[in-house]
Design a binder for this molecule. Structure first.
Ligand code: GLV
Ligand code: MN
Ligand code: MN
Length: 333
């Protein structure tokens, strides 16, 4: 299957952090596919890549991103681009385009730049792997996404007092890493106490960082998510972070959701609706007023994502392209 071959080609590039030479290689590869398909190629000031069929009354975009987290999988972002191209080629309708947004993983820099430039489509539909186990548990291949979580990412720095690991008595220490460890566990407890919220400490920097030096300072990142602003702020407050900041939760557009639902009905698969716990470019466009939606395809291997074990079956990919094609057809008309 051409889609899986292309995903393999992208995966062979390795980690593709936003705006790195590796992400650029992926964009160059995709630009070649777009040209081969006869699409008109635009690279905007934010570095986003758009392949369009010129003309048309309504500009309807599909697509996703080609950057990855460190040690990511084959499907996150890339599937939406490669399968999006397939659907646009199949339909061949003027006004359709496939977009590759830059640097999604670290905070959606590309789609934010596009929003700032105010050059936006009339509708956006992003195909993505679910990145969780709900479809797998339900035994259903596809879902219409109803909303995208809100999130805030902040850095916390804890100061202590560096000193000699051998000569400073345990009782007199001000060890920044021990203080950070207590804070981390409190963050986990806070998220457990508020339904449907999550908090993750994903990076930690210990200074000065010597095997025989008591840590004098520790910085760590916290990624906090919730389905609504109220719970997001409640959790941020509970763990001592700034409230009122971050990316707002986004509700998907009723018309786009209905186009996806219609596509699922047409295919004869059960119609499931799910909120997304991951952030996506569709959320950034939705917040900017673009009628946006998402189609999820079942993740295998327990739903694991942001991991090389990320997996979706060939059959589900084929169904997802059919559903995407049908939904885009109805959005373009
Ligand atoms: C993007 O993948 C995210 O962190 O939700
Ligand atoms: Mn993604
Ligand atoms: Mn991701």
């Amino acid at each position: 299957m051409r889609i899986l071959e292309r995903l393999d080609e992208l995966y062979a590039i390795g980690d593709r952090i936003g705006y790195s030479p590796e992400e650029q290689r992926a964009h160059d590869l995709a630009a070649g596919w777009f040209r081969e398909a006869g699409l008109e190629v635009e690279i905007d000031d934010g570095g986003n890549l758009i392949g369009r069929i010129p003309g048309g009354e309504r500009q309807v975009w599909t697509g996703s991103h080609l950057d990855t987290v460190p040690s990511g999988g084959r499907f996150d972002g890339a599937l939406g681009v490669v399968a999006g191209l397939e659907a646009v080629e199949r339909l061949g309708l003027p006004g359709l385009a496939v977009v590759v947004f830059r640097d999604e993983e670290r905070g959606c820099a590309g789609s934010r730049a596009r929003v700032a430039a105010r050059e936006l489509p009339d509708a956006f539909l992003e195909l993505h792997i679910e990145q969780g186990p709900r479809l797998l548990d339900a035994g259903v291949p596809l879902a219409a996404v109803t909303a995208i979580v809100g999130y805030s990412r902040q850095t916390v720095t804890i100061a202590g007092r560096a000193g000699h690991a051998g000569t400073t008595p345990m009782s007199g220490r001000d060890d920044a890493l021990c203080a950070a460890a207590e804070r981390l566990l409190a963050i986990r407890e806070a998220a457990l106490a508020i339904p449907e919220t999550v908090a993750t400490v994903g990076t930690l920097t210990v200074q000065p960082g010597g095997v025989n030096v008591i840590p004098g300072s520790v910085s760590f990142t916290v990624d906090v998510r919730a389905p609504d602003r109220e719970r997001l702020d409640k959790l941020l407050g509970a763990i001592g972070l700034e409230t009122g900041v971050g990316t707002e939760p986004a509700v998907m557009d009723a018309q786009v959701v209905s186009a996806v639902r219609g596509a699922l009905e047409e295919l004869g698969v059960p119609v499931v609706e799910l909120p997304s716990g991951a952030g996506h470019d569709a959320g950034i466009l939705a917040a900017a007023g673009v009628p946006s939606g998402m189609l999820f395809v079942r993740s295998l291997n327990g739903g694991v994502s942001h991991s090389p074990d990320e997996l979706t079956s060939e059959e589900d990919v084929a169904l997802a392209v059919d559903a995407l094609t049908s939904a885009l057809r109805s959005l373009a008309s």
